[in-house]
Design a protein around this ligand. Structure first.
Ligand code: ATP
Length: 288
């Protein structure tokens, strides 16, 4: 008998490098980013039911399961595209901090495509899911694929890369929420005097060169977010003082991730950050 309930993990991402090439006439920004999934994830449980409709339940009061939730939007898009689906209940266990620069909403939407595809046996290819996913958000196609990837265009043009070299990762989010919209609106893409070397990082990853990769980590959105929230720089410094090869803000922030070649140094950095109170959430992780 076909299973009526399935669960899926939705992994968070960090940007090993993030460049904004230009602002397009239509207001979107053209980006070049090296994306990487990390071992921090939400869990979505899907239950098929006879009565039609979509019910989304979350375990966070501040995140309603209504039409504004990206999970709901993705489920609606799948149902409109495949009217043969019955009704569905989707329950979310939210572990990824919100408004953090870790694509928490996009990865939940991505999990809906995978989950409904499996539950209802829709036979969607990854390309088909990505084609639908980009209508929800530019990062959704990447979240559908996961792993290490170069992301271009508005984020939807993806090139799979070799897995990033293994290392020890520390993730820390200060007690502030950052709106991605605010950061892009305040970015002067035409006045940036520095750009990360995306092609150099791509080569370092292809060569399995952890030190080369860490040395090239960079994010132009720090020019906006770090200026407004100096705590981000303080977290980066704390990680580097404890031996991180490098530390960087992810996406539009404010989450910082540090890359270590030594588990002990990462533990020291974890303890130091706990002691300073600079971060509200701290996670030990690896690439996923
Ligand atoms: P990105 O890295 O893609 O910019 P983010 O990590 O900065 O994303 P999200 O956590 O994805 O930000 O969420 C931004 C806003 O989207 C939230 O404040 C919330 O109101 C809304 N949202 C809708 N659905 C979800 C969801 N399933 N999970 C998280 N946020 C959601």
């Amino acid at each position: 008998m076909k299973k009526n309930t399935i669960s899926r993990r939705a992994y968070a991402k960090v940007n090993l490098a993030l460049d904004v090439v230009r602002r397009r006439e239509d207001g979107y920004h053209e980006v070049r980013m090296i994306m990487q999934t990390v071992g921090l994830y939400d869990v979505l449980t899907f239950t098929g039911r006879e009565e039609p409709g979509i019910e989304v339940k979350t375990d966070k009061e501040e995140l309603p399961g209504n039409e504004s939730n990206l999970i709901y939007k993705a489920a609606k898009l799948v149902m409109d595209s495949y009217p043969c689906c019955g009704g569905i209940k989707i329950e979310l266990e939210k572990n990824i901090p919100m408004a953090a620069g870790m694509a928490g909403g996009s990865t939940d939407a991505a999990a809906v495509f995978h989950g409904m595809n499996e539950l209802f046996g829709l036979g969607m290819t990854v390309e088909r899911m990505c084609g639908l996913g980009v209508r929800i958000g530019a990062d959704v196609p990447y979240c559908i694929r996961g792993g290490t990837a170069l992301s271009e265009g508005i984020g939807e043009v993806l090139t799979k890369l070799k897995d990033a070299p293994p290392c020890f990762v520390l993730i820390a989010k200060p007690d502030i929420d950052v709106s991605t919209k605010y950061v892009y609106e305040n970015l002067h893409a035409d006045r940036l005097d520095w750009h990360p070397d995306i092609d150099g990082m791509r080569a370092a990853i292809e060569n399995g060169d952890l030190y080369g990769m860490a040395g090239l980590m960079g994010n132009v959105l720090e020019t906006v977010t770090v200026k407004k929230y100096p705590v981000i720089e303080a977290i980066k410094s704390a990680m580097k003082e404890e031996g991180a090869l490098n530390a960087l803000m992810s996406g539009s922030g404010p989450t910082v991730f540090g890359v270590f070649d030594d588990e002990g140094k990462r533990s020291d950095a974890f303890r130091k950050l706990k002691g300073t109170g600079l971060a509200k959430h701290i996670f030990i992780s690896e690439w996923a």
